[in-house]
Write a new protein. Structure first.
Length: 119
């Protein structure tokens, strides 16, 4: 699930108003028509931060479910997303919000030229 969609779900369920600059990123409601009604779980903690779990079932995905753990203190960031489906499970955690990223390209020696593979 795209992160902007998760943010949209969380925004609607915990009363968060999105900043106008993000509104263009959100998909229309009919793009998630296969999603059932979200339910709130019991308050919990994610890596020490108070959070509320929001569980959404995706009927188009044979009943797979997403649990979004949304921070309840400070900004309502999505702290973790857990997907449980018939064939696999995954967990994605988020942290270091509002902190700059130190992203650099790899050294030339660390790049593999795959253009000749399979010819």
């Amino acid at each position: 699930m795209p992160l902007h969609l998760a943010y949209r779900l969380a925004r609607g369920l915990v009363g968060v108003r999105a900043e106008p600059r993000f509104d263009h990123q959100f998909r229309r409601a009919d793009d998630v028509a296969s999603f059932g009604v979200a339910t709130k779980g019991e308050p919990t903690k994610v890596n020490g931060s108070p959070a509320i779990p929001l569980v959404v079932t995706d009927e188009a995905d044979k009943g797979g479910s997403y649990t979004f753990y949304v921070a309840t203190e400070g900004k309502p960031y999505i702290l973790k997303v857990v997907y449980k489906g018939a064939e696999y499970r995954s967990t994605t955690s988020f942290s270091a919000f509002d902190k700059p990223l130190d992203v650099r390209p790899p050294a030339k020696a660390d790049v593999l030229d795959a253009s000749g593979i399979g010819r």
